[in-house]
Design a protein around this ligand. Structure first.
Ligand code: G1P
Length: 277
């Protein structure tokens, strides 16, 4: 059974400067809720209880967010503002949060490896908070992937079709279709040029990983951009055994940039928050 979810959250958020100069990008709000809380809620809704967050310098607000604030709670007790903190409080009461720091920014693979001591020797989920995924029709993306894991017991990446000219923004897979929306991966490339991309199936920020990935990452040389890429470690796992790619149900917003962020804000206000205010 999968119990833990890792949230790499050490990145600088340079696409959002100056907002992210002194504030973690994961604390950017979509309407009134920070991105990291949407991510933790998706994990909790999938039945995961242990949240492992890989932070870095200047990220203390993340820890404070998932902690009680006695003064604030005392201040708003009995007012109509109390309901705004209910969701956060519920997470604090029902999940555990642990943190470690990624000391150097050496890529997503390196960030995941930095979380090894929080995860140990068990399969786990990974969520990149700036890929906001919502499914209004049913299970969240991580819950869909966990169901698949129960059947296949191997690493799984979430994928989405993207226009060819955008392959340079993503890890891109190719594979054999084994069932509707499920591929067995046989090729995986980090941020290829459109002409070199093996397909237009892009990896988005949801992964289920088996723990042998840690040794594979430790053995992975820096790749694209001089960084240690999870894509390269997963490719080795695919060659040794099996990695699946899953076309999920739902919508994904790239909240690491202004356009996706605004789209997500409008979508969430319309569908999730309109009656809150
Ligand atoms: C990372 C991964 C990439 C994946 C993307 C999803 O890239 O390296 O394979 O497609 O997340 O958002 P980043 O966006 O951190 O550069």
């Amino acid at each position: 059974m999968i119990r833990k979810c890792l949230f790499p959250a050490a990145g600088y958020g340079t696409r959002f400067l100056p907002a992210t100069k002194a504030m973690p990008k994961e604390m950017l709000p979509i309407v009134n809720k920070p991105l990291i809380q949407y991510a933790v809620e998706e994990a909790r809704d999938a039945g995961l209880q242990h949240m492992a967050i890989v932070t870095g310098r200047g990220k203390r607000a993340l820890e404070d967010h998932f902690d009680v604030s006695f003064e604030l709670e005392h201040q708003i007790r009995g007012t109509d503002k109390e309901r705004f903190l209910e969701g956060t409080r519920e997470l604090i009461d029902n999940c555990t949060f642990s943190y470690t720091r990624q000391v150097e920014m050496k890529g997503l693979g390196h960030a995941i490896l930095s979380g090894r001591s929080l995860i140990g020797d068990e399969p786990f989920a990974v969520v990149l908070a700036d890929d906001l995924c919502l499914n209004l029709e049913g299970d969240g993306v991580l819950a869909q992937m966990l169901k698949l894991y129960e059947q296949f017991r191997c690493s799984i990446v979430a994928i989405q079709e993207v226009p060819r000219e955008q392959t340079q923004k993503y890890g891109v897979i190719a594979g054999e279709l084994i069932r509707e929306g499920i591929y067995r991966v046989n090729s995986m490339v980090e941020k290829p040029r459109p002409e070199d991309a093996p397909s237009n199936l892009a990896i988005i920020g949801r992964y289920i990983l088996t723990p042998d990935i840690f040794d594979l990452i430790a053995d992975t040389e820096p790749g694209k951009g001089g960084e240690i890429q999870i894509t390269d470690a997963l490719m080795k796992q695919a060659q040794n055994g099996c990695v699946l790619a899953y076309k999920f149900e739902g919508q994904r917003f790239d909240c690491g940039g202004a356009e996706g962020y605004i789209e997500a804000t409008n979508f969430c206000f319309e569908h999730l928050h309109k009656n809150t205010f």
